[in-house]
Design a protein around this ligand. Structure first.
Ligand code: PLP
Length: 454
């Protein structure tokens, strides 16, 4: 396309960097999600809310490292904490005060977390939470209920449509996809239900022989992040709570992506429903590798090494001083509940403005732009389905025009805005603190031009 030709002409240094990288990295990087056709931009530096690429272009960073980059880049308070920490050593091989300090801050923020433990990633946090659920319920071979379109980490993938793949092993093409997931995913016995669909959960539970003793956990994101920004309804969550209690299974909220919401207490802060366990990740480590799982004191007591038969939980860098100290400093001094609320409201405002544009824009036959998500996470879709009718990823996917999304991505890059190819935006604090509101106005105008043009 014309947009792609323009992209290639403007990004020759990124192309050269990509070619060099492919000599040692399959596809040129170590995170599949960062690849796009014809090749991604290679970033050389970042500051505040901007990124600079190999060809010398500067972009407004709207990707925000898939929500891990909430502080923007090189925040002075965090830089000072990094330097000060590094001068006292990085990894002690012993417990230390910053670990307890970060744990206390997390406990204060997330209403269902009574005790917490750290990991190196959100993926690991989910793996540990599933292990805890099996051990706590005594259902070592118990099944885990998850949802179509969910993402819980690199070895816990439930891409849209896997619900059908799971059940349709005989069909060649589907079977090969099934094998890929089977090979990649952690070897739990997963059952896949439809998000926001109470009947599908009930049917799934009833399909399990001896269901009352055989389900260890229900694991879900209260907003499907990778699944397109679809939020769970309160009724759905209440029903899951009720069913989990009835089954004696644990309800686990994956708030790795949504922990930033509202006043920084995650989506659970606005719900009546409390999960038994919650998993966290992303920005909470101040920009360092981070993950955590926590929840009910009696469940987390499984990991108390003083108890006979305690579950071991290891990880060399689980309590590394840099993550603990910088993470705690960020929560205490930068991403305060007040700032969290401000960022959340800013996101809602931008989403409303853009969704307002879609109403009077496209001509007949065109897909409308719909922005889903919550607070500072915005997910763009070009679909004929109205927002009110999107309850699960299948609803936007069925009617989506992926070519428009590709074009949107290239056009936004051309306008100077860096976002994920799949139309994902996570706003960062630098946009609030460094007068980035003007950039967001510019972004809304660029989106409007796109909607009118295409
Ligand atoms: N869970 C959710 C909801 C996520 O969005 C992610 C990452 O994007 C993860 C888990 C995995 O976290 P990590 O990439 O730190 O392993």
């Amino acid at each position: 396309s014309e947009a792609e030709a323009r992209y290639v002409a403007a990004n020759s240094a990124s192309r050269a960097a990509h070619e060099t990288a492919t000599a040692s990295l399959p596809g040129g990087n170590t995170r599949s999600v960062l690849h796009w056709e014809p090749y991604p931009l290679y970033i050389i530096s970042a500051e505040g809310y901007t990124l600079r690429d190999a060809d010398g272009h500067t972009y407004v960073d709207l990707l925000g490292e898939y929500s891990a980059g909430i502080y923007g880049h090189s925040h002075p308070v965090l830089l000072a904490a990094i330097t000060e920490t590094a001068q006292r050593g990085l990894s002690y091989g012993g417990p230390h005060a910053a670990e307890a300090r970060l744990a206390m801050l997390i406990k204060d923020r997330f209403r269902s977390i009574e005790r917490v433990r750290f990991t190196n990633s959100g993926t690991e946090a989910n793996l540990m939470a599933l292990a805890a659920a099996k051990a706590f319920t005594g259902r070592y071979r118990g099944k885990i209920i998850v949802f179509d379109g969910a993402y819980h980490g690199g070895v816990l993938l439930f891409p849209l449509g896997c619900k059908d793949i799971w059940g349709a092993k005989e069909e060649a093409e589907r079977a090969s996809k099934y094998k890929v997931l089977r090979a990649l995913n952690a070897p739990h016995d997963f059952l896949v239900a439809t998000y926001n669909d109470i009947a599908s959960v009930d049917a799934l539970i009833e399909s399990v022989p001896g269901c009352l003793d055989n389900i260890a956990a229900i694991l879900l994101e209260p907003m499907l992040g990778s699944g397109g920004g679809v939020c769970a309804t309160p009724e759905f969550l209440s029903h899951l709570r009720h069913r989990a209690d009835e089954l004696g299974a644990l309800l686990i909220f994956d708030e790795v992506m949504t922990s930033r919401m509202y006043a920084g207490g995650g989506i659970q802060s606005e719900l009546d429903v409390r999960p038994d366990l919650t998993t966290l990740g992303k920005y909470i480590g101040g920009g360092m590798s981070f993950g955590a799982f926590g929840g009910r004191e009696d469940v987390m007591a499984l990991f108390d090494p003083r108890a006979p038969g305690a579950l071991p939980h290891a990880g060399t860098f689980n309590n590394n001083v840099l993550t603990m100290n910088v993470g705690a400093t960020g929560l205490e001094r930068v991403f305060t509940p007040e700032k969290a609320r401000e960022l959340h409201d800013l996101g809602d405002e931008v989403r409303d403005r853009i969704n307002g544009l879609g109403d009077d824009a496209p001509g007949p036959g065109k897909k409308r732009l719909r922005v889903l998500g919550c607070g500072s996470i915005l997910v763009f879709h070009f679909t004929g389905t109205s927002i009110e009718n999107i309850a699960s990823p299948a609803d936007w996917k069925a009617d989506e025009d992926p070519r428009l999304l590709d074009l949107f991505h290239l056009e936004m890059l051309h306008e100077g805005f860096y976002l994920a190819r799949r139309g994902y935006v996570a706003l960062n604090l630098a946009l609030l603190e460094q007068d980035g509101r003007g950039e967001l106005d510019r972004f809304v105008n660029a989106v409007q031009r796109f909607v009118v043009k295409f």
